[in-house]
Design a binder for this molecule. Structure first.
Ligand code: ADP
Ligand code: MG
Length: 715
């Protein structure tokens, strides 16, 4: 029996030779081929009469092979096969270059379809290298001509023609594959059945039917993704977590020492998170909020509530710099808490720790901070003496054991999920609540698809005291003017960031690139640092920062910059996320065309955090239309979500999901701009899981989902 998992060689007519070749495209099973979709179709659907042909037309004709000859060109010594084809309306010529073997197939007197482009040469119409297909009788189904013909992504030695051959051998075995999509969805969108969809995506009757088939497969992927999300969520419901309670008075008291009023968005998000940690099964939430919207304080309050319940909270940041900054925030904030609240005994024994590969520090209150040995910190964490642990990836190292973690917060790392979470709990049965924070505004459709297992909280506004940042695209002729402006800002006491796309200038030994040749060099931190400190701003104190520095060194620099020991910080994108320096008012970005809109938006969010008017200056050496459009979008954008939608259109969904591949299937990604499809897929999936959590009554769907899960390696 031929099934999805059968090897290709199990199909009569497909031998080891072809199967070997197809394995180059990772096509090993029958299913692999069925799901290897064409990326376009050639329209050979209409059979033309020879008398109707016109110069340059792409056409298919059906005719009798009149005469076949073969000869060698005089100059190039190339074999040419030439045939004359006739139908009842006239004659046409066909020539093939370098395909001597065709002489064995093109037999005079036989009939065939010929498809390709025709040219008028001298008096004759001529097909050049047409596809052809011998036609024995009028009922024969065609593969290469006389229809919409699929074109596949091919590789050396594996042509579309070969794939067509294999596909057409396989398709007949799947004429009635069982349907596994929910009936309502199939009806609602008028999807073809699975079998019809296979047939129509490979050999469509019309373009419209090919589109419907593709839409079905998109939906299928989205649906399966959501099904996995839904069942993971359902699973969590049956696990256990520490439940942390809170009272309104408790929260009010904590908030009373904060020097500003929380925004409405912050209050709402805080409430949602506190309701999460109250549950006795693990919850998962994504907290989205523009840069500067104040996510840290929300995380800090929630952590404190957890600590007051006697449980532990962990906050993990992507970089040393950020971990350190978060630690400082917590420290400042807890000192204030201690002054107000400690005498009532609520915080006694509640330690806060910074844990990175470079440092381990513990803090218990004003004047009670000390550097400790890593081992000591690990012991204090294990014993539960430390209630709040802030750090980098160090906190999920094997030797770090937590006593009773109730909340894990991940800052700015999208795909940190279930697996890493399980590392934090090691052998414990209690799974912590999970909060992921992100300043990258992710379009809603994408969030629902890629992070469908997370609940969503959004801080939609910035604190009131913020002035909008003045954003200007600066062309090269205005560079000096811009520098003068920077100089003036620094003289009045402000600081500036300069961002460059790369760390080092290109190696002079390396072969010249076209960018260098045309002076389109990508600005590097090192060169820019030299230039600014020696030539442009010799009067100011400038420092360089990049990702290849030791973390201790980076930290020192950031702290020195924060303490105003430097006026200008020249950096790569390492300062991208989260860095908070309210005195900085200039964000100057070199080579801005090298960054995505969302990334530029992030950079810009580094300034405008204090009471001073701030500026973002975008330098670009390339004056393309897209660059101009992007710059305009950035200048006009009201919020990050708006830009995210534009970015999604311009650069696709990959960028939102971090450097690595998103792990999501292409077709699902293609459908990401179709909210209706996504919502439907989600609704259907949740409905099924609700009534049949283990898919016991949906055996075929269950099998399909398992395979799909393996295929996409969602974490
Ligand atoms: P992000 O959401 O980008 O992580 P942060 O948490 O770093 O933002 O907050 C940015 C700055 O805004 C910090 O200096 C913080 O103290 C301040 N801040 C946070 N919430 C408010 C508020 N409601 N009013 C005024 N300032 C606030
Ligand atoms: Mg932040």
């Amino acid at each position: 029996m031929i099934s999805f998992s059968s090897p290709l060689t199990s199909i009569p007519g497909i031998g080891p030779k072809i199967s070997e070749k197809l394995s180059k495209l990772k096509l090993q099973t029958v299913k692999d081929v069925l799901y290897y979709f064409p990326f376009r179709y050639l329209d050979f659907s209409k059979i033309s009469k020879i008398s109707e042909l016109s110069d340059g037309q792409i056409a298919t004709v059906y005719g009798k092979i009149e005469k076949v000859s073969i000869y060698k060109t005089f100059h190039k010594k190339m074999w040419i096969v030439e045939a004359t084809i006739s139908d009842e309306t006239g004659k046409v010529k066909a020539v093939w270059f370098n395909q001597k073997f065709l002489i064995n197939t093109l037999k005079e007197g036989k009939t065939a379809n010929f498809a390709g482009k025709v040219f008028l040469q001298k008096k004759y119409f001529t097909f050049q290298n047409p596809m052809f297909e011998m036609i024995a009788d009028e009922f024969q189904e065609t593969r290469h001509t006389g229809r919409l013909v699929p074109v596949y992504p091919q590789t050396e030695g594996v042509t579309s023609k070969m794939i067509r051959f294999v596909v057409s051998k396989i398709l007949p075995y799947f004429k009635d594959s069982p349907e596994f999509l929910p009936e309502e969805a199939v009806e609602k969108f008028n999807f073809p059945s699975l079998s019809d969809a296979f047939a129509q995506i490979h050999y469509p009757d019309t373009e419209e039917q090919a589109k419907q088939a593709e839409k079905r497969f998109s939906f299928q992927d989205l649906f399966l993704l959501q099904l996995i999300n839904a069942s993971e969520k359902e699973n969590l419901l049956r696990q256990e977590s520490y439940s942390c309670n809170y009272t309104p008075e408790q929260v009010k008291k904590i908030i009373s020492v904060i020097p500003f009023e929380l925004t409405l968005g912050q209050k709402k998000a805080l409430y949602e998170i506190l309701e999460d940690v109250k549950k006795n099964y693990p919850t998962s939430r994504l907290l989205q909020g523009d840069v500067g919207s104040g996510k840290t304080i929300v995380a800090a309050i929630a952590s404190l509530i957890v600590a007051q319940n006697g449980n532990q909270a962990v906050l993990m940041a992507p970089t040393e710099v950020l971990a350190r900054q978060h630690y400082e925030t917590f420290k400042k904030y807890f000192s204030a808490q201690n002054k107000n609240v400690l005498n009532e005994g609520e915080l006694i024994g509640c330690g806060v720790a910074l844990m990175t590969s470079a440092q381990s520090i513990v803090f218990y209150g004003d004047g009670l901070e000390s550097k400790v040995k890593k081992n000591e910190l690990i012991n204090k964490t294990k014993s539960g003496e430390i209630k709040i642990i802030i750090g980098t990836h160090s906190v999920i190292q094997k030797n770090v054991v937590l006593k009773n973690p109730a909340l894990v917060i991940i800052d700015e790392q999208h795909r940190f999920g279930v697996k890493q979470r399980s590392k934090l709990v090691s052998e414990k049965e209690m799974i912590p609540h999970f909060l992921s924070m992100s300043a990258t505004p992710i379009p809603r459709t994408l969030a629902l698809t890629a992070f469908g297992d997370l609940d969503l909280s959004i801080i939609g506004e910035l604190p009131k005291n913020r002035k909008p940042i003045i954003t200007k695209a600066v062309n090269s002729s205005n560079r000096q003017k811009a520098y003068d402006f920077v100089s003036q800002q620094i003289k009045s006491g402000r600081q500036a960031f300069v961002i460059c796309p790369r760390i080092e200038p290109p190696d002079p030994e390396a072969p010249l690139t076209s960018r260098q040749l045309f002076n389109l060099e990508v600005k590097s931190v090192k060169e820019e640092y030299e230039k600014l400190s020696k030539k442009i701003f010799p009067q100011f104190k400038i420092v360089a920062l990049h990702g290849r520095m030791k973390s201790a060194e980076k930290q020192k620099i950031m702290e020195a910059f924060r303490n105003k020991e430097y006026d200008i910080l020249v950096s790569t994108s390492v300062i991208e996320v989260g860095v908070d320096i309210p005195n900085a008012t200039i964000m100057l970005i070199e080579g801005s065309e090298h960054f995505g809109l969302s990334q530029l938006y992030q950079f810009r969010g580094r300034v405008g955090r204090g009471e001073h008017q701030s500026y973002c200056l975008l330098f670009s050496d390339i004056n393309s239309k897209t660059t101009a459009y992007r710059m305009k979008a950035l200048v006009n954008a009201k919020n990050g979500f708006e830009l995210a939608e534009i970015d999604l259109k311009l650069r696709g969904p990959g960028q939102f999901l971090g450097q690595e591949q998103s792990g999501l299937p292409d077709l699902a990604m293609k459908a990401i701009q179709n909210p209706q499809l996504i919502q439907s897929a989600r609704d259907s999936a949740y409905e099924i899981i609700k009534s049949d959590p283990e898919l016991k009554n949906h055996p075929y769907l269950s099998a399909y989902t398992k395979q799909f899960k393996n295929q996409i390696h969602l974490e």
